[in-house]
Structures are given as C-alpha cells and as structure tokens.
Design a protein around this ligand. Structure first.
Ligand code: IMP
Length: 176
C-alpha cells in the first residue's frame, strides 16, 4: 500500500454551516409539497443523515447503490445498480443526494435512468461539486462546496473503504 497523508480541507463546523444554507434553500423550494430523497450509497450516508434532520417539509428516504464498471479504475460512464430504491417515484418530487460529483458520468446516467419512472421533478444535491474532471454537464441544483480537484475522504467519503468516519474532509496526498 502506498504511503499517504491526510491534509485537512474542510472543518466539521464549516460543513455544518454549508448544510444549514442548503437546508434553508431546500425547505423554501419545496414548501407546501413533499419529497422523496434518494441517497447514493455509500458515500452520502452521513451527509444525508445530517441534511434530513434540518428539513421541515415531509420527506421519505430511500437509498440506491451504484457501481461503475469497465476496465479502468476511473469512472467509465457504464453504471449498474447494485441496490435499487424501494419507493415508487411516479409523480413525486425527487432529490438525489450524492457525496461528490466528479466526472458527472454516474449522476448523469442515474438521472436518465430515473426519468423512465415519471417523477414529477428530479433535482440533485451534492455535498461536493468537484469540477476539474467534469465530462458531462449535470445540473447540480444544490451544491454544498465547490472544489476544483483533489481526492477527498471523511464525512462519508472513503479511500479503499477507509476514513468515512472522519468528521471533517481531508485530502489524500501521496508521499513522493
Ligand atoms: P463521477 O461519476 O466521476 O462523478 O463519480 C462520482 C463518484 O466517484 C462519487 O460518488 C464518489 O463515490 C467517487 N469519487 C469521486 N471523487 C472522489 C473523492 O475525491 N473521494 C472519494 N470518492 C470520490
């Protein structure tokens, strides 16, 4: 295993402030209606848990797990669902809650996939909008933090399944 360091990027207090702002907007935009929130596993589990506790509109929560496949370790755009949602989204307002949008390929595929079930609306909420490697334009309706690049862990995000439990966000830096 290559040696690496974790460099602090976003403090827990800063994350909580960003969530406060996002929740104000979501509560306002969906006032008078209800929402199905679809959390994308595993990375979004902490973000989603902190977010739903700030929402005053009626919400139902479900989860999907998406895996990208192909030869390289990078996102290929070919996505499969390894755990599907169980709620019906027909005629409902849907908010997808994602940890990071990087190339955008995963979320673009999933948005397209969900449209066949005829929801009333679909929007995307991402904790981190990491835009340097974006390959497809995806509408991120609610973005917590915009960053250019860097491989991030903590607050649900992992590196080989590790570091999801860190309360803040850190950048993985490999030793030269
Ligand atoms: P995309 O299809 O390239 O947008 O990939 C999105 C997925 O890749 C995210 O949902 C994460 O699971 C993973 N990912 C992308 N960047 C990072 C990162 O910096 N840390 C941890 N996971 C990441």
């Amino acid at each position: 295993m290559e040696e690496y360091q974790l460099v602090p990027r976003i403090k827990p207090e800063e994350l909580q402030k960003r969530l406060d702002d996002l929740a104000v907007r979501i509560n306002r935009d969906y006032e008078g209606t209800s929402l199905i929130i679809i959390g994308v596993l595993k990375g979004a589990f902490i973000f989603l848990a902190d977010m739903v506790r700030r929402l005053s509109i009626p919400v139902e929560v479900d989860f999907v797990r998406l895996a990208s496949y192909g030869e390289s370790s990078e996102t290929s755009g070919k996505v499969k669902i390894t755990k599907d949602i169980e709620l019906s989204i027909k005629d409902r307002n849907v908010l997808i809650v994602e940890d990071i949008v990087d190339t955008g390929l995963t979320i673009a595929w999933y948005l397209d996939h969900l449209r066949q079930y005829h929801p009333e609306s679909i929007k995307v909420c991402a904790l981190i909008d990491k835009f340097e490697r974006r390959q497809v334009e995806v509408p991120i309706d609610y973005a917590g933090i915009r960053l250019e690049k860097g491989f991030l862990v903590g607050y649900g995000l992992d590196f080989s399944e590790k570091h999801r439990n860190l309360p803040g966000i850190y950048e993985v830096q490999f030793q030269k």
